[in-house]
Structures are given as structure tokens and as C-alpha cells.
Design a protein around this ligand. Sequence first.
Ligand SMILES: *Cc1c(COP(=O)(O)O)cnc(C)c1O
Length: 230
Amino acid sequence: MSIIAEKTTQVVSEINQACLATGRHPSEVALLAVSKTRSANEVREAYQQGLTRFGENYLQEALDKIQELDDLPLEWHFIGPVQSNKTRQIAEAFDWVHSVDRLKIARRLSEQRPTDLPDLNVCLQVNIDDESSKSGCSPDEALELARAIAALPHICLRGLMAIPAASDDETVQRLAFAKVRELAERIRANGLAMDTLSMGMSGDLAAAIAEGSTLVRIGTALFGPRAAKG
Ligand SMILES: *Cc1c(COP(=O)(O)O)cnc(C)c1O
């Protein structure tokens, strides 16, 4: 059995266990394979293990892979910081963008989404720990931003995305994810339909699932450690 096959089995079983532990059904949690820095062949191997959703951070690398793999029925998610001069290529090539954190970016994606494609799925990225160095809107602006994004044509606001500060302590992890869940509940209570909580990575997926994640973004646990990117 290949390494990716083994690791995929492990991650799927970790997700299933986390669901079982909190009374959720595994079908409620999608697995996004984060394939940044991985070759097209590694993605192909992961696809052979049943994975169909792939997440990328670096646009040019992603576009090359998407082209090389266009014989496969894959769903591509952009999860890295979005520069405004890159929105057209993102709107043309991706199915989802998880990292929208300002209205200007959402407007450009909306205007530039080709009308012959389905609406682009977007998540609003929230800086839940208020670390000034990270991307994401502040929790205080999330409701107004979500309202404005939901009103735009050609894109569909699906939910919130967050990357909390790394911690080995599951209690700390859960507190941060609970804040994201509560924020999403507040936004929904204001009449906005959202079905996605994009949260949880290799080191904190169980905590994220316990707090309602509907999509975990997993790189290292599927593909092994990444080489440092300069
Ligand atoms: C790299 C990355 C991941 C995957 O992280 P791992 O710890 O390797 O699972 C998830 N989300 C985002 C936004 C990333 O940039």
C-alpha cells in the first residue's frame, strides 16, 4: 500500500472517530486534501484513494496542476491569501475560495466569475484570535461583510473559514473553534443562509469537528511534512 493510501485511511478513520465521539455523522464533514507543494502525481494518487476535493494556496502552482489534471473530476479550492490582481484567474479556475476577507476581493470575484460556470462558492475568512499578522476579517465586521458578500451575483456565500493560533491543547483549540461556530450562528440568525464551517487542519481536526466543522483542510496528515517554502 502506498504512503498516501495509508495516510488517507488514517485521516478518514480519525474523522470518523471524531464524529462518533460527538454524535455527528461522518457524511457531515468533508475532507479537503491540501495539495500545496505536492506534485500532480501525488494528487492523482490521492484521487485514486477516493479524494476529490483539493486545496491550493499558490496560484501559479495551482493553475499548472489544474491543467495537468483536467482529465479528473476534481473540485479545486483556493485557500491562500487572495491578491486583487489574481482574482480573475482564481474566479476562472476554482470552484471555491475560502480566504475572502474583504469586500473588494468579493466584488472582483463576483464580477470576474465567468457566467457560464456555476456560482463561485466562497467562505469569509475570520481572524478569530485577533492576531494582527494573520489574514481574515475581525469577528466584529463579519456580519456586515457577510451581508454584502451574500448580495453579490455569481458568487455564493457558503460560510466561514478560520485558522486559529496553533495550540497542542485540545481545550484551547475547541475554544477558538467554538467562537467561529457561534459567530456563524449569529450570522445565520440574521437571516443569511450558510452551510459551511471550514475549520480544522492536521493538528486540530478532532477539536474542529467537535465544534461543528463541516470541512477540514488536511495537508501534512495526508501527504507527509512539506518542504519549507521560501
Ligand atoms: C497549509 C494549509 C492547511 C493544511 O495544513 P496541515 O497542517 O498541513 O494540515 C490548511 N489550511 C490552510 C489555509 C493552509 O494554508
